[in-house]
Ligand binder design. Structure first.
Ligand code: M6R
Length: 609
């Protein structure tokens, strides 16, 4: 939620801040602003709306500065408008703050500060930080920031500048992510890696309780007591091309088309083509401890929760270990019970989702083994788990998760096979057969992607739909949930994902000729059952689209529309069935003129509770 950016160096500041904000815009896009220091004068500009509005507004003036900070907002406290847009300032306009997070005790602080004579201009929680810094400032900005943050309760990543202490950006982190990019005589501050990739691959990830002081001659790091820290510099393998649209109309479409490669990259070096053996010692949890795992708990939010549900089918079927899948936002408040032989896996694309991180931290207090499945190296979840299984999807810019969902399924199927193999639950021939089938998945997805035009035509028929029901059973029940979520979040059509067998227990009452159904019916162990569920819908005049096996010739006469997938080992069918549903949602959303990459009200990385 919200993106923060900062630059200090010899280049022109405004273009760097604007470019950076555009790359962070997926984190929030209801208002934006920048603040610059020009010699000893502070210049602050803010707008309601997207970064393009800020860019247009800045073009009207001749502005320049020596260094600066910027922000793109996803509103939490205070409606989206220019007044509430960041950066925020104190009474004197000398202390300027951008903030990602939530200050929970801001009302109490505001009341105290008002009593001391401070005047407030906004409805935001952030503004109190600027006033606290003003209150505590004596002769040094970082000292004032260190003192101010002692009064804060909640979550924050802040960047602060002041014309009382020039040539300095001060950062502090407690919760939301913030990184420092180390260039050649130039330094960058950002909520994530994307804006930095064109300038440097040398990154310092701040930990909770870290403060950084960035000047033209370097970056220094401290803890919140002011003690100096020796931070590790990470070298990042992502490159700037990965965050371009490369000719696609939207990032989401590009990311859907990248899925075959994402699977190949996630399998790369982890499967022996000759024997089917899985190599995952890289995850960093002792194999002997993993061999003793008796129960697996998968915790996640949103789309990552859906990939976790597919992981349940993979792990239970392949490794024979019981699996629970939990919403992180619920689990963190539960009186959960874990044994020392429980493996708790947190699945998160960003590695920064506040609920997932909090649930993982709560789990660690009971100290079973924790493993992270993450797409962002250096993220909080990736760093704090005992073990790490990276998904190699590359940066995902579209707010709706697509390729990272597929990469998570790929990582979870590897984990399932690995657990099966080290526990001795799978013979060599089965291992080889299954891994060979997995290697064929990317090519099969490519065949589905070739049908994109046909799926686009089909989607046009549903441009005006108001509701949609998504049904699936067994391993494709999670895909019904995910298909419905994709449609909801990018097209704003109400969609419900449901286990097909549960229809008759209630939702069937919804069926009429205005409630289309998308049913997932590959050739699997529940094929006949799902077919019966579809017949029940047809008998009530429901319009039915199915995702079915290309060799299923009979299905055409029983439903209204068919999207085909290549034949596949049934347990692995979610890798295929999901892809047409992503395309279907994408095309409907584009026909409705929706902002596919930046859907309303959403943010890519939910770093607040
Ligand atoms: O970064 P994470 O995987 O932890 O994010 C979890 C959810 O916020 C995310 O999947 C969200 O549901 C997406 N909008 C789905 O498209």
């Amino acid at each position: 939620m919200c993106g923060i950016i900062g630059y200090i160096g010899k280049k022109e500041v405004i273009p760097i801040l604007l470019e950076g904000l555009k790359k962070l815009e997926y984190r929030g896009y209801d208002s934006a602003g920048i603040a610059l220091v020009d010699q000893n004068k502070i210049i602050r500009r803010r707008v309601e709306g997207k970064i393009s509005a800020l860019e247009t507004s800045l073009k009207k003036e001749e502005l320049a500065g020596d260094y600066g900070i910027g922000h793109t907002r996803w509103a939490t406290h205070g409606r989206p408008c220019e007044e509430n847009a960041h950066p925020h300032q104190d009474c004197t306009g000398a202390f300027i703050v951008v903030h990602n997070g939530i200050i929970e005790n801001y009302l109490a602080i505001k009341e105290t500060l008002r009593g001391e004579g401070h005047n407030f201009e906004t409805e935001t929680d952030t503004e109190v930080i600027a006033h606290l810094i003003e209150k505590y400032y004596q002769d040094n900005l970082e000292k004032a920031v260190l003192r101010a943050i002692q009064d804060l309760e909640g979550a924050f990543a802040i960047a602060v500048i002041s014309n009382h202490d020039l040539q300095k950006i001060v950062l502090a982190k407690m919760g939301p992510p913030v990184v420092v990019g180390l260039g050649e005589e130039e330094y960058f501050v950002s909520s994530d890696l994307n804006p930095l990739l064109s300038y440097t691959q040398n990154i310092v990830f701040l930990d909770d309780g870290d403060l950084a002081v960035i000047t033209p001659s370097g970056a220094e790091f401290f803890d919140f007591s002011g003690n100096s820290l020796d931070k590790k510099i990470d070298r990042i393998a992502w490159n700037p091309l990965m965050i371009e649209k490369s000719g696609y109309k939207h990032f989401m479409l590009k990311e859907i088309f990248e899925q075959p490669q994402v699977i190949r990259d996630t399998f790369q070096g982890r499967i022996s083509l000759d024997t089917g053996k899985i190599f995952l010692s890289e995850i960093g949890i002792d194999e002997k401890r993993l061999r003793d795992v008796r129960r697996v708990v998968l915790i996640a939010c949103g789309t990552s929760f859906h990939s976790s549900l597919t992981g349940k089918y993979f792990i239970e079927s392949l490794a024979g270990i019981p699996v629970d899948v939990e919403y992180a936002s619920e689990y963190r408040y539960r009186d959960f019970i874990l044994d020392k032989d429980s493996l708790v896996v947190t699945i998160s694309q960003s590695g920064e989702t506040a609920d997932s991180l909090a649930a993982m931290r709560a789990v660690k207090e009971q100290s079973p083994m924790t493993l992270a499945v993450c797409n962002v190296a250096g993220s909080s979840i990736a760093r704090e788990a005992d073990g790490l299984l990276m998904t190699h999807a590359g940066p995902e810019i579209g707010v709706a998760a697509t390729k990272t969902f597929t990469a998570q399924m790929a990582a979870l199927v590897l984990l399932a096979l690995y657990l099966a193999q080290i526990k001795g639950n799978m013979d060599a021939k089965t291992s080889l057969d299954l891994t060979q089938e997995l290697q064929r998945i990317p090519h099969k997805i490519e065949k589905i992607l070739h049908q994109a035009d046909a799926i686009e035509k089909l989607a046009l028929k549903f441009k005006y739909a108001s509701h949609f029901l998504y049904l699936g059973r067994w391993a494709n029940y999670p895909i019904a949930l995910e298909g419905a979520l994709k449609l909801k979040e990018i097209s704003y059509i109400h969609a419900e994902g449901y286990p097909a067998g549960e229809m008759k227990h209630g939702p069937i009452a919804l069926i009429d000729d205005k409630m289309p159904t998308m049913a997932i019916i590959p050739k699997d162990r529940v094929y006949d059952k799902t077919l019966s569920n579809i017949s029940e819908i047809k008998a009530r005049l429901g319009y039915v689209v199915v995702v079915a096996d290309e060799n299923d010739k009979d299905i055409r006469s029983k439903v209204d529309e068919v999207i085909t997938i290549p034949s596949v080992y049934p347990l692995f069918s979610p890798f295929l069935t999901n892809v047409p549903l992503q395309l279907f949602a994408y095309y409907i959303a584009t026909f409705r003129g929706a902002d596919v990459d930046q859907p309303r009200n959403l943010a890519k990385s939910v770093t607040v509770e």
